[in-house]
Design a protein around this ligand. Structure first.
Ligand code: ATP
Ligand code: MG
Length: 582
């Protein structure tokens, strides 16, 4: 197959697009792969679509290899199934909703658990029908708060989502493992550097979830890994190792101190260390009470919530939000302080919170017997040696404090270091949540119903185009791995005279005849322009037919290494075929 640059629907750009924040976005636009249509909405031009189709092919092959069967749902979905699971409300502003002419509610599917569950329920009834694994490659819609970085975070994007249906927990574990293996094969074939991180703090009990993160400095997800073990986790999923409880008996009584001009942790610690209390204090000895409000999905009323973390750490809003999901969280406004005069800004302590019925959640390091310096609920006053379990009793613990490099690894081996990544896949043991919502049962051998257990598994297919570009590019442009390149070979006719032109055409024809896909630069542009475009477009092998032809050679350039070799014309088809086929 030959595509001629003279007629290809492609205009490359010399300048970077003004709104491009990351290399993949910049290069995919400049090289004419995608064009922006709306915030988070992109059209695929011929080159881009070929890369996208290649990624889809790899994804489909690996899904089929584990027994997945492809089906496809509409993107336009009725409200009712999402109402049944509560997600019509839970999704809040994140879904696109619309009404038809009869004023019935619809949504554009952000993910399809409901539909898959209902479909299996519609078709299957006996235990003999199970297990089953279904998938689709479908356009998803999410009204993302921050569409960014081109196709990395779109509001319309292509996802492979699959769903496993099993009779028991072992079956689910097996389906999950098969997906995990299939995802590794997919991402290995795409040449990606990635890590698998545990995604939820709940991983210990029941449902298990892992994310595949492609390593990228531009990534939005921060993850941590251990310096010594294989432990890697999303920051949201890090479970703080709990220190042993301490004896309360030998703790001094709590004392309130007048601590003028100490509105910050730093000024407070300074003050305490000058106050001659017989010991030195650090920020880690103080307990910072952060006031927030939370709201259940679909409700109007906000509830106060206090979160206490050691004073040397900030509250990490992403961790906090993940811990409180599906409730929404917001910082208190001035009006909230006015409405709750017991909240003495800068001097809030557990006592006033608990006296006023504010839910009080503490960092897991706040174990019984630990003594803290914290607010005394009146201006310019703090209390020292307020002991957990004696002077206050938290309602529960919460994973909200920031995770820092150097923290002990939750598995007890080594310390944590941070890195950034882009989520490319997510595997998740759903359990019976959706089967319960829709009463998906199979009739067992004993005629008793068996509640089905499910998994859901996603791959960001369109995002992967950008992720591969993010890991494979240089200053000159894109550098595609073989598996996804839009063409096997980029043949450049570098010269105006007829022998060169005819030589190029003939070679392209032979390569195409050998089953290779060829992008042929047959334009009248100068060799300089053609070479620059070839580098930008990023086909892994560039074949230059030019002056060398007179002495019977063409030049074969490796796009990634820049290495060039001259190959005799009569050997070049065999040479390139083995290069491409590997
Ligand atoms: P993220 O944390 O990046 O928003 P998510 O947790 O919402 O992802 P899932 O709901 O698990 O993602 O979706 C499965 C996959 O779809 C993700 O692993 C990701 O690769 C991809 N994906 C999710 N949101 C987008 C988006 N807005 N644009 C492109 N791809 C996306
Ligand atoms: Mg998301």
């Amino acid at each position: 197959m030959i595509t001629r640059m003279s007629s290809l629907f492609l205009r490359t750009l010399r300048e970077d697009p003004a709104d491009a924040e990351v290399p993949s976005h910049r290069l995919l636009v400049r090289a004419g792969y995608v064009r922006r249509v709306a915030p988070g909405g992109f059209s695929w031009l011929p080159l881009g679509l070929r890369v996208l189709r290649n990624i889809e092919r790899v994804v489909r092959e690996e899904m089929d290899a584990i027994g997945g069967q492809e089906i496809q749902f509409p993107a336009l979905l009725p409200r009712e199934p999402y109402e049944a699971t509560g997600r019509w409300t839970e999704y809040g502003d994140n879904i696109f909703r619309l009404k038809d002419r009869k004023k019935a509610d619809y949504l554009l599917g952000p993910t399809h658990e409901e539909l898959f569950t209902l479909t299996v329920k519609g078709e299957y009834s006996s235990y003999k029908d199970y297990p089953v694994l279904l998938y689709q490659v479908q356009t998803k819609y999410r009204d993302e708060a921050r569409p960014r970085a081109g196709i990395l975070r779109g509001r319309e994007f292509l996802m492979k989502d699959s769903y496993s249906f099993d009779l028991d927990d072992d079956g689910l574990a097996n389906s999950y493992q098969r997906h995990r293996d299939a995802y590794r094969r997919m991402f290995d074939r795409l040449g990606l550097k990635y890590v698998i991180v545990s995604a939820m703090a709940g991983a210990m009990g029941g449902s298990k979830s892992e994310e595949f993160l492609a390593e990228a400095v531009t990534g939005e997800d921060t993850f941590v890994r251990s310096t010594e073990s294989g432990f890697a986790a999303n920051v949201e999923a890090v479970v703080t190792p709990v220190p042993p409880a301490q004896s309360i008996a030998d703790k001094p009584a709590a004392q309130v101190h007048h601590t003028p001009d100490t509105p910050t942790i730093e000024t407070l610690v300074d003050f305490l260390n000058k106050a001659d209390l017989g010991r030195t204090f650090t920020a880690a000895d103080t307990l910072k009470n952060v006031l927030l409000k939370t709201r259940a999905p679909g409700e109007d009323k906000w509830e106060l919530l206090a979160v206490a973390v050691p004073g040397d750490r900030e509250v990490d809003m992403k961790r906090l939000e993940a811990a409180l999901e599906p409730r929404a969280v917001a910082i208190l406004e001035e009006a909230d302080f006015v409405a709750n005069p017991f909240l003495v800004k800068g001097y809030i302590g557990p006592k006033a919170l608990q006296d006023n019925g504010v839910r009080y959640l503490v960092d897991p390091r706040v174990v019984p017997g630990t003594a803290w310096v914290t607010g005394a609920d009146k201006p310019d006053h703090h209390v020292v040696d307020l002991v957990c379990g004696r002077d206050f009793t938290p309602d529960d613990t919460i994973e909200a404090a920031e995770v820092r490099e150097g923290d002990p690894s939750p598995d007890g081996r080594g310390t944590l270091v941070a890195a950034r990544g882009i989520e490319i896949g997510h595997i998740f043991q759903l359990g019976r949540k959706y089967a319960d919502a829709f009463q998906l049962d199979a009739l067992g051998a004993d005629s008793k119903p068996i509640r089905i257990t499910m998994g859901s598994y996603g791959v960001g297919v369109s995002r992967l185009v950008a992720v591969v570009a993010e890991q494979y590019h240089d200053e000159q442009g894109l550098v595609w791995p073989r598996e996804v390149t839009p063409y096997d070979l980029h043949v450049v006719i570098a010269g105006k005279d007829d022998t060169v032109r005819e030589g190029g055409e003939r070679l392209a024809g032979e390569l195409s005849g050998a089953g290779l896909s060829v992008l042929l630069d047959d334009r009248t542009a100068t060799p300089g322009v053609k070479f620059a475009d070839a580098e930008l477009v990023g086909v892994p092998t560039i074949v230059v037919v030019g002056r060398g032809l007179a002495k019977g050679v063409v030049e074969v350039k490796d796009r990634a290494s820049g290495e060039r070799v001259e190959v005799p014309v009569d050997e070049v088809v065999a040479h390139l075929t083995s290069l491409v086929r590997g």
